[in-house]
Design a protein around this ligand. Structure first.
Ligand code: DCP
Ligand code: MG
Length: 386
């Protein structure tokens, strides 16, 4: 008999454990169980990832390599081998595509899979989750964590809670008891700034957040931000799994027919290039976590500067401000002009989880986009009142 029931979603999230380090251990079995640290070279390099044995010494992703060496002097420090990681990532994705065409890779080692409608072919979502959780280690030699839940928010939190190596299913009736004890900053969409403001108000866990009335949340974070937080605290998340072919970076650069000497002109150009990059981000439906600029002087010496943002964004004002801020860290050699400027973004994530943007107006971003769409990319320039 055919019955019609409200559409129940099941989303799976896979995240590989200590991915780069596990790949190194896979290829060199003598390293297994040792404190393996994949990192860029000193003095400026940072740790990409550390095996769980190295994490016991306090080594973490993003930490300067020099600091990791002090914490873990006997660690095995290896440079990253991205081609090999990419090769394994493709193998993992191929397994996921056997179960659903709706696979959204978030990075090399992480992906969402929408299991809606796969039941007839593959069995219940729980069975599929178990199967994927077994097959990835068997077929790649790498350990993974898997989460299954009624939406992306819960699937990701579930796999996180299963780390390392576990499988966690959060059924609809368990959502609230699963979420309540978690610290608010675990919720996707609560970036460091929002978390800090919540802590100030005494809100530390999801349970605390759930007890704040909607009206109060709106008064703290604005209409949109307040409502988003209200929903997150209840495990509500309707964002779809968007299968994306992900670009690794996007940039726009221009070589000028005559070198630029005026600082104002250079800054205006950086803002214009930022808007062009935002256009491409919209087209690709991505947000960026890293912004970089490139400056080439009259004598062809070239410098780049980059910065990491606290939350991924595609906001034109934020990106333009970052690009201009980066330029203030560039010293122009005496007598030199600028022959090329470039603005780029990398560390891209799909734009499905829209950032809360509590500190800049999202309507402004929308207005900028509309004007440019209607009147062309040169119709509007960004400036700062002096
Ligand atoms: N990575 C990086 N720099 C960072 C964070 C991560 O280069 N600051 C790279 C190395 C990781 C990979 O991305 O192996 C995946 O990132 P995760 O955050 O999923 O971290 P791991 O897979 O290493 O560990 P975990 O077991 O916590 O997922
Ligand atoms: Mg991982």
């Amino acid at each position: 008999m055919l019955t019609i029931s409200p559409r129940m979603r099941w989303i799976l999230h896979v995240d590989m454990d200590a991915f780069y380090a596990s790949v190194e251990e896979l290829d060199r079995p003598e390293l297994r169980g040792k404190p393996v640290i994949v990192a860029g070279p000193e003095p400026r390099g940072v740790v990409a990832t550390a095996s769980y044995a190295a994490r016991a010494f306090g080594v973490r992703s993003g930490m300067p390599t020099a600091q990791a060496k002090r914490l873990c002097p006997h660690g095995i420090f290896l440079p990253p081998r991205f081609d090999r990681y990419e090769e394994l990532a493709q193998k993992i994705r191929a397994i996921l595509y056997e179960y659903s065409p709706l696979v959204e890779p978030l990075s090399l080692d992480e992906a969402f899979v929408d299991l809606a409608g796969t039941e007839l072919l593959h069995g219940s979502p729980e069975k599929v989750a178990k199967e994927i959780h077994e097959r990835i280690p068997k077929e790649t030699g790498l350990s993974c964590s898997v989460g299954l839940g009624p939406n992306k928010l819960l699937a990701k939190l579930a796999s996180d809670s299963a780390k390392p190596g576990g499988l966690r299913v959060v059924r609809p009736e368990e959502v609230q008891s699963f979420l309540d004890p978690l610290p608010v900053e675990k919720l996707w969409g609560v970036g460091p700034k929002t978390a800090a403001r919540l802590w100030e108000k005494g809100v530390r866990t999801v349970r605390d957040l759930r007890e704040v009335p909607l009206g109060l949340l709106r008064s703290w974070f604005g209409q949109k931000g307040g409502e988003a937080l209200w929903q997150l605290a209840r495990g509500i998340d309707d964002s779809p799994v968007v299968p994306v072919r992900q670009a690794k970076s996007l940039s726009h650069e221009v070589t000028y027919p005559e070198d630029l000497f005026s600082r104002d002109q250079i800054i205006a150009e950086l803002r214009r290039l930022s808007l062009l990059v935002v256009d491409r981000m919209k087209a690709e439906r991505v947000l960026a976590k890293t912004v970089q600029i490139k400056v080439r002087f009259s004598d062809f010496t070239t410098v780049t500067r980059q910065t990491k943002l606290s939350e991924p964004t595609d906001h034109p004002l934020l990106l333009a401000a970052e690009a201009v801020g980066l330029f203030s860290r560039v010293a122009i050699p005496p007598g030199q002009g600028v022959r090329l400027l470039g603005v780029g973004v990398s560390d891209l994530v799909p734009a499905t989880f829209s950032p809360l943007h509590l500190f800049v107006d999202p309507k402004l971003a929308e207005a900028i986009r509309e004007v440019r769409e209607k009147f062309g990319p040169e119709a509007l320039s960004l400036w700062e009142p002096s």
